[in-house]
Design a protein around this ligand. Structure first.
Ligand code: HEC
Length: 151
């Protein structure tokens, strides 16, 4: 085939495909809905983690995880600042989950970090751990790690 007819043929295919797509908008709607649902599903654990964290952890660790919740000044040692470089560089999900679930003492930290395994479901503990990681990670990517509160 010479170039000209080939281009014409391709053009025809594109036109036909285009008009088919235009005649079936419902399919596009379904696709968009699937994408939206997918985003909701992906964001859901983080949103839930934020809820759990804000309710149970922020009093000590602070809403942004900087260890500056209103109760932080009553506990010794100071609650962990999740955005400090020492923590960010050793993020270990299993250890974080264990710390939250069984408390500071079980992992060789202070008992000022309470055990949450009886208060929260396993899923809630995991969500909270995910949110702690999220806070640490976003701090690390937003700015050079700072250590505002040393313990
Ligand atoms: C009563 C205050 C208090 C509350 C409430 C609290 N924490 Fe803590 N948390 C602490 C303190 C204090 C430490 C530091 C213990 C140490 O360094 O010996 C700590 C340490 C931690 C650590 C370990 C950090 C490290 O250095 O490895 C994690 C993870 C953690 N907390 C998560 C949570 C989560 C998640 C919640 C909510 C479910 C929560 N904490 C609620 C006081 C608190």
């Amino acid at each position: 085939m010479k170039p000209a007819p080939l281009i014409l043929a391709l053009g025809a295919v594109v036109l036909v495909a285009g008009s088919c797509a235009r005649r079936q908008p419902p399919q596009n709607d379904v696709l968009m809905k699937t994408i939206t649902n997918f985003e909701e599903v992906v964001d859901a654990p983080l949103a839930h983690g934020k809820q759990v964290y804000s309710r149970y952890c922020a009093v000590c660790h602070g809403l942004e995880g900087k260890g500056d919740g209103f109760n932080a000044f009553n506990v010794k040692p100071r609650p962990r600042d999740f955005t400090d470089s020492a923590f960010v560089t050793r993020l270990d999900t299993a250890l974080i989950v264990e710390t939250i679930s069984k408390g500071g003492r079980s992992v060789g930290l202070s008992s000022a970090m309470p055990p949450w395994g009886r208060t929260l479901s396993e899923a809630d503990v995991r969500s909270a751990a995910g949110y702690v990681r999220y806070l640490a990670r976003s701090a690390a990517s937003a700015k050079p790690a700072s250590d505002t509160l040393s313990q």
